[in-house]
Write a protein that binds this ligand. Structure first.
Ligand code: BTN
Length: 263
């Protein structure tokens, strides 16, 4: 059961989990976390968890469907002393934390589609939305929001996204404990965040590479009104996607939607 009591002492890491706020329902845990982060100087590591969201936000302005009683929706406030250009690495770290827990604790073949879609056998099971506020050239705060489809069945989703979506319950055939999963993900994120702050970007990127399903494949990337097709060659130092176009040129992509093409 996910509630005020069960989340209170869920995980206390070096950075993450010093306080956990639980809300039955909120518009968006990212919004709530930004609000707290702006108000409180000492908010690094605070986690905001909700049982449901009424205006859950997805990447690229999309909605994140967030029904009650079934899934995980949470956001972590961070105040890293790193250049804003490195902030995308925090998103990669969160994706690694989620995919690793799904693999090791749940035994499902989870992987990561660039930049941070959590997939199981080509279907999306979770996503991450990182939002950053800067002051001058410095990061004021970063909010990492994670949505994971745990015990939801597909009837809760609009028909047009059902075919591309899955949930842990569907993959495993049994419900999972949301509290345990949340604790595991926070522990993984705490660990990855330490690597980032210690300047150990390589460990983080290697972790991401070992779990990704994008690099080495032909892909199409849609970014606003632009569509690019090529081979996803690698990720850059700050998590950007490096694509080799058919013309032989290289493109560096910072945001977009990737479709992995079957050869
Ligand atoms: C994506 O589009 O893949 C990102 C989805 C991120 C959803 C999570 S749910 C918790 C947090 N609060 C939000 O409003 N969005 C993120």
């Amino acid at each position: 059961m996910l509630n005020q009591k069960t989340v209170r002492d869920i995980f206390k890491g070096e950075f993450i989990g010093k306080e956990v706020y639980f809300l039955e329902s909120t518009e968006s845990t990212n919004e709530k976390a930004i609000e707290i982060g702006k108000k409180r100087e000492d908010s690094e590591g605070i986690v905001v968890v909700a049982d449901s969201q009424t205006k859950g936000k997805g990447r690229l302005g999309r909605e994140w469907i967030s029904p009650p009683g079934v899934n995980l929706y949470f956001s972590v406030i961070l105040k890293p002393d790193i250049p804003p250009a490195e902030a995308p690495l925090i998103t990669l770290a969160a994706a690694v934390a989620v995919a690793s827990v799904l693999r090791t604790w749940k035994g499902v073949p989870a992987d990561i589609k660039w930049p941070n879609d959590i997939m199981i056998k080509g279907k999306k099971v979770g996503g991450i939305l990182t939002e950053m506020k800067t002051r001058g050239k410095e990061i004021d705060l970063v909010v990492v929001g994670v949505g994971l489809n745990v015990n939801m069945l597909l009837d809760d989703l609009p028909e047009d996204i059902r075919a591309a979506t899955t949930t842990l319950e569907i993959e495993k055939g049994v419900p999972s404990d949301r509290v345990g999963l949340l604790g595991g993900i926070l522990a993984g994120l705490d660990n990855a965040y330490k690597n980032l702050l210690n300047g150990n970007k390589r460990a983080l990127i290697n972790g991401w590479l070992s779990l990704n399903c994008t690099i080495g494949n032909r892909v199409t990337v849609r970014d606003h009104d632009r569509t690019i097709t090529g081979v996803a060659e690698n990720i850059g130092q700050n998590g950007e996607l490096i694509i080799k176009l058919e013309s032989g040129e290289t493109e560096i992509i910072n945001a977009g939607d990737v479709t992995v093409l079957k050869n």
